[in-house]
Design a protein around this ligand. Structure first.
Ligand code: ZN
Ligand code: ZN
Length: 252
């Protein structure tokens, strides 16, 4: 009898404790399930696992430099110094590694769309010290065939909160992307060749004179941004910026 009462008391205490925890921490970390105070936020352990990109970095393309490198107040990477960057500014929240892969791959391929909350928040954070004022936010278009199979464009899920943060509309209709087979592990030259000519501007009147912020989940070689930026500028875009959640960081 006493044992039953103790069990009941223990159950009641644990229920009260769980209820209190849920009151205090109503949300779970989207990656590990640990309680967090704000819906969609990462827990401290998961946050610390990412390689967030801060200063010093290339002022134009956001390429991260070693922490001890002092290149003055306006540092440029060799590519941007040589004028090879088509976009006017690029920022990426973190480096592509095991941690960011564990967030991006399920987001992209397994329907874990709620990862968009913390990913888009990190992307807005990555743009915080820039002075860009885009007129429109454009998720990098997905070929219709891919959209049909996946059911969603992951870039659009990231772009919506970013458009809200800037208080400007999203444009998902002005550019169409042709289907090309997966780029897989192709090198930079092959990726650039594969992407050449895939984007078509359908509504040039929506592009001319606009400052456009492109949104994507991952920047691998930068070939997609470069090609889309080229096409948009040819249609008269006055500025093209880009932001991604993560980027592959290679030695340059
Ligand atoms: Zn976590
Ligand atoms: Zn650069």
């Amino acid at each position: 009898m006493v044992k039953i009462n103790i069990n009941r008391a223990t159950n009641i205490i644990s229920s009260v404790a769980r209820f209190s925890i849920e009151l205090l921490f109503p949300s779970a970390c989207p990656l590990c399930g640990a309680p967090v105070s704000t819906d969609g936020e990462l827990c401290a352990d998961c946050w610390n696992a990412f390689d967030w990109i801060g200063s010093p970095r290339c002022e134009r393309c956001g390429y991260p430099f070693p922490a001890n490198l002092d290149l003055g107040p306006h540092p440029l990477c060799p590519n941007c110094a040589a004028g090879e960057c088509v976009l006017d500014l690029v920022r990426c929240a973190c480096a592509y590694d095991a941690a960011s892969r564990s967030a991006v791959l399920p987001f992209k391929h397994s329907g874990r769309i709620h990862n968009a909350n913390f990913m888009s928040r990190a992307m807005i954070w990555a743009l915080r010290d820039t002075d860009i004022s885009p007129d429109v936010i454009m998720p990098v278009p997905l070929a219709w065939r891919r959209l049909f199979h996946r059911g969603y464009n992951q870039a659009t899920l990231l772009a919506r909160p970013i458009a809200n943060a800037f208080g400007v509309p999203m444009d998902v209709a002005s550019v169409r992307r042709a289907y090309r087979p997966d780029m897989g592990h192709k090198n930079a030259t092959q990726r650039a060749e594969n992407i050449h000519g895939v984007f078509t501007v359908k509504h040039p009147d929506k592009i001319a004179g606009r400052k456009i912020l492109l949104v994507d989940d991952v920047m691998t070689t930068g070939a997609t941004f470069k090609e889309l930026g080229r096409v948009l500028k040819r249609s008269g875009a006055s500025a093209v910026y880009g932001v991604t959640f993560c980027r592959v960081v290679r030695a340059i």
